[in-house]
Design a protein around this ligand. Structure first.
Ligand code: A2P
Length: 270
């Protein structure tokens, strides 16, 4: 991966891009990995947002894709989670990054999965599939989330057990965190489910919600727009299905200008 370092010449980047060094890489499965980079001092964002991140190609042009920050906004580290698409222009290269390689990070951050797109309520449901868990990894580790909501329920549905490695690690690190773990642990509930392998929670989140299984399994009240807020992050199909489900039950889509009861963002792929 020295090629990446060699070609990441700051003088060839647009002048406001950051050139950031990779400080950690973890491969969770052959097609899922997470990584950390040095956080530039002036890089600010809200937990749940995404930025454009990528590599400088040999011809000097940047190849960037949207990546949600998985680290919360207070963290010194800047972390990301990625799928590997074998013929994907960026991830087929990014999968080879190693510590001390350099990446390019655009300074602008944005996204709808942030706390101020939702009006205050009692419970926050974070519904994700696949790499859609990424923005929620930041939100569940942000103390501001618990200033607003009494309870946070995060679901993560994947095909196979191995695909839950990253999310389970994030949950464990949140509830065991030396400073904020004691605040998070009693108020965060993780509900993983699998669709293509036997597991104690089985099935698509759409079905699990429709049948009421989620609420039965957790022994909690059913979704209700007066008390609950929902963020959704997954594939286009999942987002559409869950948006329809929520609208049928009286939930209203929120935005930065008009906070309401649910928000949706598509999980990014490389
Ligand atoms: P399934 O295995 O039944 O397709 P993917 O790996 O394709 O991104 O999917 C991640 C998870 O999201 C899988 O468990 C998949 O279930 C589920 N999923 C995909 N599309 C939908 C949808 N429209 N509604 C609910 N779950 C979905």
């Amino acid at each position: 991966m020295n090629d990446i370092s060699r070609t990441a010449d700051p003088s060839r980047m647009a002048d406001d891009s950051h050139r950031v060094m990779v400080t950690a890489v973890t491969h969770w499965t052959p097609s899922l990995f997470s990584f950390e980079v040095e956080r530039p001092q002036n890089f600010r964002f809200r937990s749940g947002e995404f930025a454009m991140l990528g590599l400088i190609q040999p011809d000097g042009r940047p190849l960037l894709r949207a990546y949600s920050m998985t680290s919360p906004s207070w963290d010194d580290k800047l972390a990301f989670y990625s799928i590997i698409i074998p013929d994907g222009p960026l991830t087929s290269q990014l999968q080879h990054i190693r510590i001390k390689d350099h990446l390019v990070l655009r300074p602008k951050t944005t996204g709808t999965l942030v706390l101020d797109t939702l009006s205050p309520a009692k419970r926050l449901f974070l519904l994700s599939t696949g790499t859609g868990f990424a923005p929620f990894a930041a939100i569940i580790r942000d103390p501001q989330t618990y200033d607003i909501f009494d309870q946070v329920i995060v679901t993560h549905t994947c095909r196979n057990r191995k695909d839950l490695g990253f999310s389970q690690h994030v949950i464990d690190s949140a509830i065991n965190h030396p400073l904020i773990g004691a605040m998070i642990a009693p108020r965060l509930t993780f509900y993983p489910s699998l669709t293509r392998e036997d597991f104690h929670h089985q099935g698509r989140i759409t079905t699990i919600l429709q049948t009421g299984k989620l609420f039965e399994d957790l022994n909690i009240a059913a979704l209700d727009p007066d008390n609950d807020r929902v963020m959704v992050c997954g594939s286009l199909g999942l987002n559409q299905d869950l948006a329809a489900f929520l609208q049928d039950r009286g939930f209203v889509e929120g935005s930065h200008n008009r906070p309401a009861s649910y928000v949706v963002e598509r999980a990014f792929v490389g």
